[in-house]
Each structure stands twice: as C-alpha cells, then as structure tokens.
Design a protein around this ligand. Structure first.
Ligand code: ZN
Length: 485
C-alpha cells in the first residue's frame, strides 16, 4: 500500500515496522460538546483505514484517546454548574452513540487523559532532566521549543515564522514565547492532581505523547488525525516524545482534509457547525458515511444538502441492485458453471482495480467508482433474459454479491439487509419531505376505485398529484407500492 506521509510530503510504500502488524494512534475528541461533521469525517477515514489494513491481512493495534480534562471541558462545567467529570462522561457517551450509528469500530485501546496523569508527570520529569523543559515558580512546566532541532518540520513551519506570531501573555512565566505548556499549575476552582511542581493538570499535547508511548512501541507506524491537528498539536507531540526518548516517534503521519459547509470554512465565528446529530435527524447514518468517503480523504469535502441527497440516491441505486440480485439467486445454489472468458477477464480486472484504488493512498472515491461498475454489471446480467436465467448468470450474480459484501466490509457500507435499508430510507424521506402518509393512503384508495371503475383519466390524474408530492407508485403483483423520490 502507498500512503501519503505528511512529514515527508510524499506518498510512500507503507511497510509496518513489525511485519504483518500495524501500530496506529489517532487523536480522539475533547469531550465537551457533540461531535460535528469534521469529527465524523476523521472517524470514518481512520475506520476505513483500519478495516482496509485488516482486509489486506495486517494485525492492527489501534489506539484512540479521549481528552477528558481540558479548558473547554472545565469552562463548560463551570457554565453549567457541574463538574468536569460529568461533562466529559456525557460527551463521551454521546460520542459512542453517534459513532456507533456511523458504523465506526471501537478502537482496541481507548485511553483517557485523566487515567494517565502518572505517565504524563513522568514524561515531564524526564524532559526537565534532559533540559527540554523547565518548571516555573507558579508550578507550570513548559517545553523548551528551541531545544528540539526538528521543531516545525511536520507542519512545514520554521522558528522565525512562528516567532512573528508568538508573544508571552501577561502572567505567563515562559523563557521564550514559542514554549508551550506541558503542565499547568492549579488555578482556583479547577481540577488538579498532585505533582512535583505542586497541584496542577496536564496541558493538552502531553497526553497523546504519554498514552501512545504507554500502549505502542516506539516508533509506531501510523499517527492519524485531522489536518487541523498538525499544528500545534502533532508538532508538539512529536517534539515531546522525540526529545524525551531520543527515539523516532511516528513512521507515517496521516492527516485527513477539512470539511467545508456550503463552501465556507466551518468555524465558531460563522456559527456553521453541523453536528452528526443534526444530519442524522434527516438522513440515514449510512448516507452520511457514504458521503464522507466520496472524496479522497486528503481533499477538502464540501458539505451541502444537495451533496447528501446525491449520496442518498447513489446508495439507494446500489441497494436496489443488491435487492434484485439477492431475489434472483434466492433459493438457488452455486454451480461453478464455467463462465464465458470475457466475463472472467472483466470481473478479475474489476477486482484488481478496486484493490489498486485502495492501495493507492486509500482512494475511496475511485473504489466507490468501481462499486458502480459492479452495479452496472449486475444490472446488465439481470436485463439479459438469457444470461439471467442461465447457471452462469446466477453464479455471476452470486459472485457480485460476495464482492459487495467484501468491499462493503472495508468501506463500512452496504452491510444492512437490503430490505431494511430501503424501508428505513423511505421512512427517512417521508419525514424529511414532510409527506402526509394518510393523504397518500387516501389517494391510493381513490385511485384503486377509479381503476375499478375504468376511469383511467382519474387514475392518471391521481398518479400525477402524488408525483407532485414526490411520491411515486408502482403496480405490482402484490398490489400498488409507493415510494418517495
Ligand atoms: Zn493527540
């Protein structure tokens, strides 16, 4: 597999340090609010990466942390008149609820910052002993940025550029404006832990250095996170660990791109944060998941309701094809009838293309393109009356269904029973388009009566009225069925 390494700024062959075993750390959430679509993208990207690495036969040890003590958490707790633990706990619960709906697999190890205070203090002590850090009279500990020669390399910044924007805030006892806090002396009303520098709490960056080293051998293979974390968070993590251990920290740095909202940057000032919950109030989780991998993970992704509708239509087409395919082979068995040579060639080539796309820096956009080709092949077989009824045709359909399943396991898509997906999709569209189902039933009854009376003009008029509401109808052997466009 080729993967883009943010540190070297190029695609590299991915070769884990320990053959067949991948060690991977991804920065998790700071638990002080509901997850937004940016969190969803990062979670889905690294979920697909883990699934893919397992698909190609790697054993993956995946660590994803929770930041459960931080300024934002403490501020929220103070605003709401509660303690930071309750805030962190409730937003970690909310994280699991949202991520489970999106089909995000649990990480193998999910450490929390507050459970690793001891490791963080040890890391600070080590950095102080090596003169990479210093404590101040008020009990803060700072990292001495200029003591680590490689600082800025990961995010492509140099010390001079950083200096121009840096200053020492009133009350800070830094030697140098570039230095950042490893440990913060306790302020009144804040949670604190005892330390050699007096009661205090960890700075944000130190936790990922402490917890990754605790659970993964250094250097570990992949460190992931959103592009917004590259500076300062990942830059600082790297400086801390490499300065403390004299070892390489991470072998491949992987960053996913931003999500924009209607072509604008998502930001607190624009007040355009879209939470996962906002989206799932209107769309099925699988639709959001599908949308999030329609673009390559490093490209920006523009969230609009049109784009989500388009993903929904695409996913529906795939599930409709799967439904027809499953119905066609139901109750029949694999026969291993030799297939026509050109079909074998086409199918083999398609599988190879899919694997190549995923091996090329996890190009899910291209991989989805191949899913559509597969869908078209299935539809072609189902439309060919002779081929459809042949043993070969059925075997091909069965093989295609296996591919949907295998690829779906990697992408985390197409895994629902098709009928469940289509039923839930209809319910979701009924709600979103505010369709009055009683009215639809009344209209369908009127149409039935019109048809019984051979009043086809009336029957057609009702069909058109329903269509104007976004409701389509289909007369089947089981009676009339309706759906929402
Ligand atoms: Zn981190």
């Amino acid at each position: 597999m080729q993967i883009y390494n943010s540190l070297t700024r190029k695609k590299e062959e991915f070769i884990p340090l320990k053959p067949g075993h991948v060690s991977m750390y991804v920065c998790g959430i700071t638990a002080y609010d509901y997850c937004h679509i940016g969190h969803a993208r990062s979670a889905v990207v690294f979920d697909v990466l883990v699934r893919y690495l397992r698909y190609i036969g790697m054993q993956v040890t995946f660590v994803r942390n929770f930041t459960d003590v931080d300024d934002k958490i403490i501020n929220r707790a103070n605003r709401e008149g509660t303690d930071f633990e309750s805030i962190a706990r409730s937003y970690i619960d909310a994280f699991y609820t949202d991520m489970d709906r999106l089909g995000i697999l649990r990480a193998d190890i999910e450490p929390k910052a507050t459970e690793h205070i001891k490791e963080m203090i040890e890391l600070c002590e080590n950095l102080i002993a090596k003169k990479h850090a210093y404590s101040t009279p008020s009990g803060d500990v700072y990292f001495r940025v200029r003591s680590y020669a490689d600082y800025g390399k990961l995010s492509g910044r140099n010390i001079e550029d950083l200096m121009s924007g840096a200053r020492i805030e009133p009350g800070e006892e830094k030697e140098d404006p570039l230095d950042f806090a490893l440990w913060k002396g306790a302020k009144p009303g804040e949670p604190s832990w005892p330390s050699p520098w007096g009661p205090g709490r960890p700075g944000w960056h130190i936790e990922c250095s402490a917890m990754s080293e605790r659970y993964l051998p250094l250097p570990f293979d992949i460190h992931g996170g959103g592009q917004d974390l590259a500076f300062p968070h990942h830059e600082n993590e790297r400086a801390q660990t490499e300065a403390a251990t004299d070892k390489q920290f991470v072998r491949y740095w992987v960053h996913n791109g931003f999500v924009q909202i209607n072509s604008e940057k998502m930001s607190k000032s624009l007040n355009n944060f879209v939470t996962i919950r906002d989206i799932l109030a209107n769309y099925l989780p699988e639709v959001l998941r599908f949308f999030l991998i329609t673009k390559h993970y490093r490209s920006p992704l523009d969230y609009t309701s049109d784009a989500l509708e388009e993903s929904e239509r695409a996913l529906k087409r795939i599930y409709l094809t799967k439904t027809a395919a499953e119905a066609h082979v139901a109750g029949t068995k694999w026969t291993a009838t030799p297939l026509p040579a050109e079909i074998v060639v086409e199918a083999t080539a398609l599988e190879a293309k899919w694997d190549d796309s995923m091996a090329d820096d996890m190009n899910t956009a291209a991989a989805l393109g191949h899913v559509f080709v597969l869908m078209k092949i299935v539809n072609r077989i189902l439309e060919d009356k002779t081929l459809k009824k042949s043993e070969q045709g059925r075997d091909m359909i069965r093989h295609a269904l296996k591919l949907f399943e295998r690829w779906g396991e990697v992408l985390g898509l197409f895994l629902m029973p098709s009928s469940d997906f289509l039923t839930q999709l209809k319910e979701s569209r009924v709600l979103r388009r505010k369709i009055d189902t009683d009215l639809v039933q009344t209209k369908l009854q009127e149409r039935k009566e019109a048809r019984a009376a051979k009043d086809f003009a009336r029957s057609d008029a009702i069909r058109d009225e329903l269509l104007a509401l976004g409701v389509t109808i289909q007369d089947t052997a089981q009676g009339v069925q309706w759906d929402v466009e």
